[in-house]
Design a protein around this ligand. Structure first.
Ligand SMILES: [Mg+2]
Length: 341
């Protein structure tokens, strides 16, 4: 989708960088040198450790320009990285944004992209302190790096390898909306029931930063964000922790909009990616504390969807338990970037 504005060839790189600096150049007290020099300078807070992550979005692998607009793309590229920082129980602080474009875009497209990223950054107190813009004739590529801070306060960052038998498994919100939204887009369907929530969820994931900080404060130690689908990501957590899991199908929170739109809604909720809710495990007493803390903060409390159990001799497995209490092993086929069918 290309709108008005000057072609990049006419606008030129210097003007483009100036425009970006204007858009994202909020003053942050700890950023001493921002966009415009060879590197940014930032003074980290004493008593904190840094948490760093990076993620790349590639045109026609992760997004299609005919389904999105530039501001939404800016939001998503930053959101998926903020989500990874949140998944560690840390606070995102700084972002570097690399944008490679064909060169046939207009300066307004690029401005919209940064405007979308900046709106989200501002909401979470994140400073976009630099990045790169280059030409990529074969398609658009976006790479974002986010640096977060985690206080050395004796509490633990949230890790994948800290789940223990006896823990309950929780998720911070409904599953399947984003994957349903992607399917709506792929099939060229009109918005179902005039309800744009599904596509909105796919395009504009909301990083669970507040929720993650609360989890950590309550004493939760094991968490990750759900980017590739519940079962695929739960399997990674179980593998890292050397434990097995039982998931109660009835307790997986699936919005009615997804159930009504797709007969295979269970598959969508279990294996569809892009929800960016947090998956965590905690002993029952800590889970109760989490529920109370979420309520006090005005957040919808997380859902219990199952429990962590000892891994048998065959190693970590995930069992799905149906309404009658029968268990069957789940095939963990989450999204795999290198598997093509
Ligand atoms: Mg992640």
């Amino acid at each position: 989708m290309t709108s008005g504005g000057r072609p990049l060839r006419e606008a030129g790189e210097a003007a483009l960088i100036e425009q970006i600096a204007r858009l994202v150049g909020d003053r942050h007290p700890r950023v001493h040198i921002g966009i415009g020099d060879d590197a940014a300078v930032w003074r980290p807070r004493a008593g904190h450790e840094l948490v760093v992550t990076t993620d790349t979005l590639i045109e026609r692998v992760h997004f299609r320009l005919e389904w999105t607009d530039w501001a939404t793309l800016g939001h998503k590229a930053l959101a998926v990285n903020l989500s990874d920082i949140a998944a560690m129980g840390a606070l995102p602080r700084l972002a570097l944004v690399d944008l490679a474009v064909r060169g046939t875009e207009r300066d307004r497209d690029i401005a919209e992209f940064y405007r979308g990223a900046q709106a989200l950054a501002r909401r979470f107190g994140v400073a976009i302190i630099g990045g790169d813009t280059t030409r990529s004739p074969l398609g658009v590529a976006i790479s974002v790096t986010v640096i977060g801070e985690s206080p050395l306060d004796g509490r633990h960052v949230l890790r994948r390898d800290a789940a223990r038998p006896g823990d309950l498994i929780g998720v911070t919100g409904p599953l399947g909306l984003a994957a349903a939204g992607l399917r709506v887009l792929e099939r060229g369907l009109k918005t179902l029931d005039g309800n744009p929530t599904m596509q909105e969820r796919y395009h504009r994931p909301q990083p669970r930063v507040r929720e993650a900080l609360l989890l950590r404060r309550c004493g939760v130690r094991a968490a990750m964000d759900i980017s590739d689908g519940l079962l695929g990501d739960l399997e990674k957590l179980c593998q890292a922790s050397g434990v097995s899991a039982v998931v109660d199908l009835l307790r997986v929170p699936v919005p009615n909009a997804v159930k009504w739109a797709f007969p295979d809604w269970e598959e969508i909720a279990l294996r569809g990616g892009d929800d960016y809710e947090l998956l965590f495990t905690a002993p029952p007493a800590i889970f109760e504390r989490v529920v109370r803390a979420f309520r006090r903060a005005g957040l919808l409390p997380p859902s219990v969807i199952g429990e962590i159990v000892d891994a048998g001799p065959a190693g970590p497995v995930i069992q799905l338990r149906d309404a009658a209490g029968r268990c069957r092993p789940a095939e963990a086929r989450g999204y795999d970037h290198f598997r093509t069918s």
